[in-house]
Design a protein around this ligand. Structure first.
Ligand SMILES: [Zn+2]
Length: 331
């Protein structure tokens, strides 16, 4: 049964002008120029297996055997099943459905899309017509002005230029939008979805299962041994979004959209990191350092305990973030 949903949709109609932030395809295709040493996240799904990990009663993470390719998940109630993200293409979407079927025969009634990037939504079209797809209204707005071709081009660098991974993909838009939050009871199992503001993208949403205290954080919080990536170009907004997150939820466990499962403490680490790069940028601007000198050879503070396998990727994210922070401070 849908609780709060209709209400949030109705409320959303009044607040959407303030909340909705559409990222047009043209901007998706042309992010700010990357800093020296920046690496696109390696997301190619070929050969990727999603491993099912039970995190609580009826609560399952689907973890990519090759990080940083996307993770997903599903929740089984006594009446129905809810899936979190549909992954890269039809084949990966079907892999999710098969994983659900190994655990439950109940209908997949809901599919949640946590943002508007193809690696989270391109599997939508292989789910049953009876599956209700839910996303934040800004995700839907962004998808409405997108195309598979445009998004494939945007994501080409994440798959080594092999856009054949998008062959056959049909863009299926979510049918239910929310603003603020949305909640569903699957039968003895409540699932909530929140939008706390702009983060890695304007659309990042968080899925939360209260009785397991587990959150799916998509691109807002990556996995173990990571720092954020302010891809959307706004450090201050990211900080506010994570403050909103912390005030609303204190998950014990985070299933990130990319990377390994991690403790909820990573939210605090992300907030500390963003605050620190603001300070570093203020100091650099005050000292008259140029943006190129500030960014070119920067490395992440070892206190953030970056995963060894992610050093190169996170160094690129860090330099990207410094560039954004420097520009923000200089404005
Ligand atoms: Zn992602």
């Amino acid at each position: 049964m849908i609780r709060a949903c209709l209400f949030s949709v109705l409320v959303g109609m009044f607040v959407s002008a303030a909340y909705a932030q559409v990222l047009p395809n043209s901007r998706l295709a042309a992010p700010p120029s990357p800093p020296p040493g920046f690496l696109p996240p390696p997301l190619h799904p070929r050969g990727v297996t999603l491993e099912t990990r039970e995190l609580g009663d009826g609560v399952y993470a689907l973890m990519s055997n090759r990080p940083f390719t996307d993770n997903a998940g599903f929740i089984v109630g006594s009446n129905e099943v809810l899936v979190i993200d549909s992954h890269f293409n039809g084949a990966m979407g079907r892999q999710i459905i098969e994983a659900v079927r190994r655990v439950s025969d109940l209908p997949i009634k809901y599919l949640l899309n946590t943002n508007a990037f193809g690696d989270h939504v391109f599997g939508n079209y292989v789910f049953s017509d009876d599956t209700i797809i839910v996303a934040h209204q800004s995700t839907i707005n962004a998808l409405k002005i997108s195309s598979v071709q445009g998004m494939s081009q945007t994501m080409a660098r994440t798959v080594g230029g092999d856009i054949s991974v998008f062959d056959g993909v049909e863009l299926r838009l979510p049918g239910v939008g929310f603003n603020g939050s949305w909640e569903i009871d699957l039968g003895g199992k409540v699932v909530q979805m929140y939008w706390f503001g702009k983060g890695m993208s304007p659309n990042d949403s968080v899925v939360f299962v209260p009785d397991a205290n587990v959150a799916w954080t998509a691109n807002l919080i990556f996995g173990k041994g990571t720092i954020p990536w302010a891809r959307s170009g706004d450090i201050l907004a990211y900080q506010e979004t994570l403050r909103n997150f912390s005030e609303a939820l204190q998950p014990a466990t985070i299933v990130p959209g990319h990377g390994e499962i991690v403790s909820g403490d990573l939210v605090r680490s992300y907030r500390q990191y963003l605050a620190e790069i603001r300070v570093l940028s203020e100091q650099a601007v005050a000292a008259g350092i140029t943006i190129d000198d500030f960014v070119a050879t920067a490395h992440v503070d070892p206190n953030y305990e970056i995963e060894p396998s992610l050093q190169g990727l996170m160094t690129g994210f860090h330099r990207w973030n410094l560039k954004v922070a420097f520009n923000e401070v200089s404005r």
